[in-house]
Design a protein around this ligand. Structure first.
Ligand SMILES: CCCCCCCCCCCCCC(=O)SCCNC(=O)CCNC(=O)[C@H](O)C(C)(C)COP(=O)(O)OP(=O)(O)OC[C@H]1O[C@@H](n2cnc3c(N)ncnc32)[C@H](O)[C@@H]1OP(=O)(O)O
Length: 142
């Protein structure tokens, strides 16, 4: 699959059954320090890539938990790669891990693990109904 996204994911592909590879480049406008990515970009791109693993299996899911280790500063506008793989599945939960590396040497920059929960296509419609209830009853909070 080819394309671009605002996070700088340029290409994604499955490698075997349970691993996906993503060509990534941090856009200059995601800079958080001189020539390095904002940590929010690193977390977002790992969320995006790890969350695509169920999608590549035609399963819709949302992120329930995400943990990120920032190992090294991430340079902007350099070729990077994310490798994401399924650690295990339990019920509707997908436990997924991933790493962000600097090409060509594959030096580790960040790693992540998280839980994605399978949803049906009505997920966002239910959310809109919940939001309308919130608007109808300000102060309720549940
Ligand atoms: C998705 C449909 C999309 C359609 C359009 C396509 C667009 C393209 C795709 C776009 C993609 C965009 C993607 C994005 O941008 S995702 C954006 C960031 N994430 C979110 O917005 C998620 C917000 N949270 C929720 O919606 C709910 O809290 C969820 C859905 C996560 C759980 O809600 P709820 O609690 O009501 O669900 P349930 O009671 O039925 O439990 C279900 C299962 O989940 C397990 N569990 C729950 N919480 C946790 C947790 N924290 N850790 C571990 N596990 C947890 C639970 O044990 C159970 O497991 P099992 O017993 O079944 O095994």
């Amino acid at each position: 699959m080819r394309g671009t996204c605002r996070l700088g994911v340029e290409r994604e592909r499955l490698e075997g059954e349970d691993t996906a590879l993503f060509d990534v480049r941090c856009p200059r406008d995601q800079e958080g320090g001189p020539d390095v990515a904002h940590g929010g970009w690193t977390a977002a791109v790992l969320d995006e890539c790890l969350g695509h693993v169920p999608l590549l299996h035609r399963v819709l899911s949302v992120t329930a938990e995400l943990s990120v280790s920032f190992v090294k500063p991430v340079p902007v506008e350099r070729p990077l790669e994310v490798r994401a793989w399924v650690e295990r599945r339990a019920g509707s939960r997908w436990y997924i891990r991933g790493e962000l590396v600097l090409l060509p040497n594959r030096a580790l920059l960040a790693k992540a693990s998280g839980i994605w929960v399978q949803r049906d296509p009505a997920h966002f419609d239910r959310h809109q109904r919940w939001l309308a209830e919130q608007d109808a009853e300000p102060g309720r909070g549940d």
